[in-house]
Design a protein around this ligand. Structure first.
Ligand SMILES: Cc1cc2nc3c(=O)[nH]c(=O)nc-3n(C[C@H](O)[C@H](O)[C@H](O)COP(=O)(O)OP(=O)(O)OC[C@H]3O[C@@H](n4cnc5c(N)ncnc54)[C@H](O)[C@@H]3O)c2cc1C
Length: 257
């Protein structure tokens, strides 16, 4: 097996290196090198620079604005970024919610959310963990009750990394309680400006929101249902989803848009 880079890959590396050299702002580079805290503005500014170059989401398919990179190209980009002092891209929007949208959302949901993700317009956080529900998400208790065109959400999420910056949160919530604990869980996209959401900062970490509390939060919904089996298969097959795909099957995708 030949593990050497091909001539095309070496040429891609040179292109990436030259781009970082020319386009990575000195103040961002310096913060990364000195391990200083990055602010939302820094990360969004860098995402917009990548987006303008066509590299906002390297591994996304071209039809969604990506560059269709192979795993090797993404690796080269990451390696050169680390060497140049570029901040890593935050995965929640680009690598966690976007592949789910590409596989299961309606065209309207895709057309609304994906361009805003790749251009850095919307910031997303992840809402799976709860106090008392960590690795075993079958125990999650945050509930979403369908009321006509809305879901009414009640419960508490925790460990919401960078949730204090988020415009949207993707959540696993319980929409049925009469089934096995592993069933009746749905994937909701919730606007963080929805009434009834309270954020509590973490005392241990500036990067984490300790809790996101939903108190009778109403989400307008346009839901689309898919089978648990389809969800699992789709997520594991999706090459963009490198980390933390929902480990529980979801039964519906809905959003407040
Ligand atoms: C820095 C940080 C950021 C995070 N950000 C987010 C976020 O943005 N959004 C979010 O939803 N979550 C987030 N999490 C939560 C994280 O993804 C895990 O879900 C959570 O930490 C695990 O839950 P727990 O801490 O309650 O541990 P538990 O689930 O209680 O696990 C405790 C220990 O038991 C082990 N264990 C659990 N189940 C089994 C089993 N069946 N067999 C053997 N061993 C087992 C675990 O490996 C672990 O060692 C974050 C966590 C950290 C540390």
């Amino acid at each position: 097996m030949n593990l050497n880079y091909t001539a095309e890959e070496e040429s891609f590396r040179a292109e990436v290196r030259a781009f970082f050299e020319a386009e990575l702002p000195a103040d961002i580079r310096s913060k990364v090198r000195l391990a200083r805290r990055m602010h939302k503005d820094d990360l969004v500014r860098w995402q917009k620079i990548l987006y303008r170059r066509g590299w906002g989401a390297g591994m996304w398919p071209r039809r969604y604005g990506g560059a269709d990179w192979s795993v090797v190209e993404q690796h080269i980009f990451d390696e050169e970024g680390a060497a140049a002092g570029a901040p890593p891209q935050i995965p929640f929007a680009l690598r966690m919610v976007a592949p789910v949208l590409m596989s299961f959302a309606t065209a309207a949901q895709q057309n609304y959310f994906l361009p805003r993700i790749i251009s850095g317009e919307d910031w997303w956080c992840q809402g799976y963990s709860e106090p008392g529900s960590g690795s075993d998400l079958a125990s999650l208790r945050t509930s979403a009750v369908r009321e006509g065109a809305h879901y009414r959400v009640n419960g508490q999420k925790t460990w919401n990394t960078l949730g204090q910056y988020a415009d949207w949160i993707f959540c696993l919530v319980r929409t049925r309680s009469d089934a096995r604990p592993q069933q009746g869980i749905s994937f909701l996209l919730i606007d963080m400006k929805s009434p009834g959401i309270t954020l509590r900062p973490s005392s241990r970490s500036t990067a984490n929101t300790k809790s996101t509390i939903f108190s009778s939060t109403t989400c307008r919904c346009r839901s689309k249902t898919w089978s648990a089996r389809k969800t699992r298969a789709g997520l594991t097959q999706n090459s963009c989803s490198r980390t933390s795909a929902p480990i529980m099957p979801a039964s519906a995708i809905a959003n407040a848009h």
